[in-house]
Design a binder for this molecule. Structure first.
Ligand SMILES: Nc1nc2c(c(=O)[nH]1)N[C@H]1C(S)=C(S)[C@@H](COP(=O)(O)OP(=O)(O)OC[C@H]3O[C@@H](n4cnc5c(=O)[nH]c(N)nc54)[C@H](O)[C@@H]3O)O[C@H]1N2
Ligand SMILES: Nc1nc2c(c(=O)[nH]1)N[C@H]1C(S)=C(S)[C@@H](COP(=O)(O)OP(=O)(O)OC[C@H]3O[C@@H](n4cnc5c(=O)[nH]c(N)nc54)[C@H](O)[C@@H]3O)O[C@H]1N2
Ligand code: SF4
Ligand SMILES: [Mo]
Length: 714
């Protein structure tokens, strides 16, 4: 190869699958992105988004230097000025209105960046505000809560051991499109097909017959928001039919009797009319899970972002425990990462404390130092001491990603100060006063702190940057480290420590920091930095291994099957048996993802957005004809919070009574500087979802099952 042509091995930073990439460059220009066949986890897999990393790298709309807003214009400024404006803005708001008047929001790409994982939580904490928020409370918070109560730590999240299971029951996840979540399983379709090929079963419960359901051996419709009832019924069957078989787990598990009592009133016949799942199907599901030697039940966004998210996550763990599938090959197992994040606190879970304070307006509980983001708009709008007047976002687009985003959109316009660490001027950051753009994925070194912890196989991989950042560009951690020490208050010692941390990082770089972390790995020299540098495709550390009881973090080192907060939430669920969810409308709205979408932010890549219509309103034929709606016609969809106009797609792939829209769209708002995305704007699902619909137990947004009406548009 001529010296200018190079192949780099990298890790895709876009989704949890964390695929290995082989990126070719010619004199620094990206010429190709392929799957890395030698990556021990992803084995050559990649999806269309990885190819679009080239578009992200070259995107003329991506900010490469800081800007400040002057009226409707954006003016280029130096890094020194950007940092000064941000620090002055933060300090000014906190001086005038108190510490809590400044809010901070960390978005999803934070977890896909090593530098941000190392420095964003410290920044968020240094602001010493109670108004800390992240995408956790529109995503996986109920999973953290369930893990905290059952296993003693919010990050002790078991993953399905896909490569060895013979039965995978899926509630509310569509891995064939999402590529898997709370489960790093690149090439999940091949893994799923593997289960079917070895004679196993894959059974999907979803209000939509999804792309995953099409690959499964069975699919059953379930009414949105009723999963907890179905899961209780499965447990009831397991107890009533004497199918409990905990094996070695019995030696270190508490609460079996309380769990039996709790599920006793929820026989399949009782819950079936509400869930829409026939009683005999629920019975068979329970029996199949209990009787299959290697089986696992798993649930994701469909069960966590709904009215009973906490209960669902608890009950899914409980089902795996009573059937002896937790911590067993082919069941739900814990990964053993080379570098553990369980000690680090802060963003995306952190250490397990709950309810140390509540939100000012609605009294919603804190979790791991954060408040539910559904409260952010009201905290900005409601006058009084502690009203939020300033905001810093890092890698987040809450206008499109949080419930009743339109309300937040309006509230953002009234802030005294808003700084965004982001490289796009999008629906959220258009309201900022200053934007500090970090380098993007392929320009920075990477080691996956989060997703090795959730992987279906133990591996470790160090990926050096593929392309050099533009001259003068800054990495996220450099921005965050400097902001942190400059805003740190509360004494010279604290500030000096934050300063020293930033300086040490500058000297060591991410590589140096990871070299130290890897030196303490339980795998010894197999995963030293030197070993990882010699293995650019990653090091295979083998299949998942049993980790309990040693890995438990509960006070008595035992699994808790029936935690008091979960039991206390059951009356709320029982009430659902007799009444539909509160709200305005006779249809229940659910979300969906698309293979070429990435939440709200990869829509500026032409190759990801051209072609098919993305924002169609899926509706069952019976519901369409009852409303005089036809395929391809326009419908006005409205909820308590808002209304949108959508094109109807009549299909029997959704359950009667359910309609479905994707999230992450609606790019045509004034001031959005995304030329391609604007031309394919779509509508925002979260203009219909409701900031007052939460899982009361966890505070997580309840997107799924939002009541809406639909009628022909005028
Ligand atoms: N292509 C693509 N991939 C992505 C993303 C993306 O935006 N695009 N986002 C990434 C992120 S951040 C995440 S967290 C993951 C999420 O990963 P997944 O959880 O797999 O996400 P979804 O594809 O939204 O699947 C959720 C499923 O739940 C169903 N559902 C809705 N309501 C209910 C309900 O009440 N009960 C049940 N049982 N099911 C219900 C929906 O119909 C849908 O099929 O995906 C990640 N991967
Ligand atoms: N109705 C409904 N709403 C949902 C969901 C749903 O299923 N239904 N899913 C929810 C889920 S699972 C999630 S995770 C959230 C996501 O919600 P958010 O995290 O709020 O939003 P994203 O769409 O991920 O936007 C990411 C932002 O980070 C910027 N960005 C990208 N890469 C980087 C980087 O490396 N550094 C920095 N500093 N910025 C970067 C992008 O420009 C964009 O502004 O949405 C949630 N919203
Ligand atoms: S599946 Fe996810 S990690 Fe893999 S290439 Fe696609 S976006 Fe990247
Ligand atoms: Mo997510």
């Amino acid at each position: 190869m001529p010296p200018a042509l190079r192949t780099h091995y990298a890790t895709c930073p876009l989704c949890e699958a964390s695929c290995g990439l082989a990126v070719t460059t010619d004199a620094g220009v990206i010429t190709g992105v392929r799957g890395d066949d030698a990556d021990p986890l992803s084995r050559g897999h990649l999806c269309p988004k990885a190819v679009a990393l080239k578009d992200l790298h070259e995107d003329p709309d991506r900010l490469r230097h800081p800007v400040k807003r002057v009226g409707d214009d954006w003016v280029r400024i130096s890094w020194a000025e950007a940092i000064r404006l941000t620090v002055d803005g933060i300090r000014g708001v906190q001086r005038r209105h108190g510490r809590d008047a400044l809010a901070v929001y960390l978005g999803n790409p934070t977890v896909h960046s090593l530098g941000a994982m190392l420095f964003a939580p410290a920044f968020s904490k240094a602001l010493r505000t109670r108004n800390r928020y992240s995408a956790t409370s529109v995503d996986q918070l109920p999973h953290h809560l369930a893990s905290l109560h059952a296993f003693g730590h919010p990050l002790l999240i078991p993953v399905p051991d896909l490569d060895r299971t013979d039965c995978w029951i899926i509630f509310g996840a569509n891995p064939a499109v999402s590529n898997g979540s709370l489960m790093t399983a690149p090439d999940v379709k091949r893994r799923l097909k593997g289960i079917v090929e070895r004679g196993g079963e894959v059974i999907v419960l979803d209000p939509r017959r999804t792309e995953t359901a099409d690959l499964a051996t069975a699919h059953h419709f379930i009414r949105p928001g009723t999963d907890a009832l179905a899961l209780l019924a499965m447990l009831q069957v397991i107890f009533a039919e004497g199918l409990v078989r905990m094996g070695r787990l019995a030696e270190f598990t508490d609460g079996l009797d309380a769990l039996r009592d709790a599920c006793a009133p929820f026989a399949p016949e009782r819950v079936s009319p509400v869930t829409g799942v026939p009683a005999d199907v629920l019975r068979e599901l329970a029996r199949t899970l209990a009787r299959t030697e290697r089986a696992v039940i798993y649930g994701r966004i469909g069960v966590s972002t709904q009215d009973f998210g906490g209960l669902c996550c608890w009950l899914i763990n409980a089902l795996n425990i009573v059937t002896g599938h937790l911590d067993a090959p082919g069941g739900a197992m814990f990964a053993r990462p080379a570098v553990s994040i369980m000690r680090g606190g802060g963003a995306y879970g952190g250490a397990g404390r709950v309810g140390r304070w509540t939100s000012r307006v609605r009294g919603l509980p804190e979790f791991a130092g954060e408040l539910p983001v559904a409260a952010l708009a009201e905290e900005m709008e409601t006058p009084g001491a502690g009203q939020v007047r300033g905001l810093v976002t890092h890698a987040g687009n809450p206008v499109l990603s949080t419930p009743n985003g339109a309300r937040l959109d309006r509230a953002l316009a009234g802030l005294e100060f808003f700084a965004a660490v982001d490289f796009y001027i999008n629906e959220t950051t258009r309201h900022a006063h200053v934007i500090l753009p970090p380098t993007a994925g392929l320009e920075r070194d990477h080691y996956d702190l989060v997703f090795h912890t959730l992987a279906v196989r133990n591996t470790a991989k160090w990926s050096p940057a593929v392309v050099s950042p533009a001259a003068g560009a800054r990495h996220d951690w450099q921005i965050l480290a400097e902001l942190t020490w400059r805003v740190t208050s509360g004494g010279i010692i604290r500030r000096a420590k934050a300063w020293a941390r930033a300086m040490t990082a500058e000297v060591l770089g991410l590589r140096g920091m990871m070299r130290h972390a890897l030196a303490r790995s339980p795998y010894g020299s197999r995963v030293s930095m030197r070993a990882l540098e010699r293995a650019p495709h990653g090091v295979d550390l083998g299949p998942l291994e049993p980790a309990l009881p040693a890995g438990l973090r509960t006070e008595n080192q035992r699994i808790q099957l029936a935690p008091a907060p979960m039991l206390a939430d059951l009356p709320r669920l029982a009430a659902r048996l007799d009444a539909p969810p509160a709200g305005e409308g006779d249809l229940l709205l659910i979300g969906r993802r698309d293979l070429r979408s990435n939440n709200s932010w990869m829509a500026n890549s032409e190759r990801l957005v051209r072609g098919v219509r993305r924002c169609g309103l899926l509706m069952h034929p019976a519901d369409a004809s009852a409303r005089g709606l036809v395929d391809g016609g326009a419908a006005c969809v409205s909820s308590r919070t808002g209304a949108v106009e959508a094109v109807v797609q009549v299909t029997d792939a959704v359950m009667p009574g359910v309609v479905c829209l994707p999230h992450g769209w609606g790019h045509d708002r004034t001031g959005v500087r995304l030329r391609v995305a604007r031309a394919h704007a779509g509508i925002s699902l979260n203009d219909l979802t409701d900031d007052h619909r939460l899982d009361a137990l966890s505070g997580n947004a309840a997107f799924n099952g939002t009541p809406v009406r639909a009628r022909a548009a005028d």
